[in-house]
Design a protein around this ligand. Structure first.
Ligand SMILES: Nc1ncnc2c1ncn2[C@@H]1O[C@H](COP(=O)(O)OP(=O)(O)O)[C@@H](O)[C@H]1O
Ligand SMILES: [Mg+2]
Length: 104
């Protein structure tokens, strides 16, 4: 949500949903979005796409790698797509019932 707020032009949408098996959180914005060739690399530690904006715009490129790891620990996934609002759409999906093998 912090990333979305930083890159949005004016709108951020957060949607939480669940069904019998799965919980899901989607965070999207109306900013510039992320090119598809970077959809995996933004989840690697210290990866930042826009070095020119670096120190002014906050972090060290760790947030998304931590998010992905936490989702992994919960037997879920964090992934990236395109928002209908024009920007990036981050989705977190994880099972409501934890399987023992996924515990750290
Ligand atoms: N909503 C977004 N819109 C555009 N680019 C984004 C968005 N969220 C993340 N990014 C890109 O992914 C990079 C990594 O994000 P993150 O791991 O949270 O690190 P940080 O916020 O410290 O830069 C950001 O530096 C930025 O280049
Ligand atoms: Mg961040």
């Amino acid at each position: 949500v912090g990333n979305a707020t930083r890159y949005a032009q004016g709108r951020v949408k957060v949607v939480c949903s669940f069904d019998a098996e799965t919980c899901r959180v989607d965070v999207e914005d109306d900013g510039p979005g992320i090119p598809e060739e970077d959809w995996e690399s933004v989840f690697t530690p210290f990866a930042r796409l826009d070095d020119s904006r670096t120190r002014a715009s906050g972090g060290y490129g760790l947030g998304l790698s931590i998010v992905r790891r936490i989702l992994y620990w919960h037997g879920g996934q964090a992934f990236l797509g395109r928002s209908d609002m024009g920007g990036a759409k981050f989705s977190l999906v994880w099972p409501r019932k934890q399987s023992q093998t996924n515990k750290p």
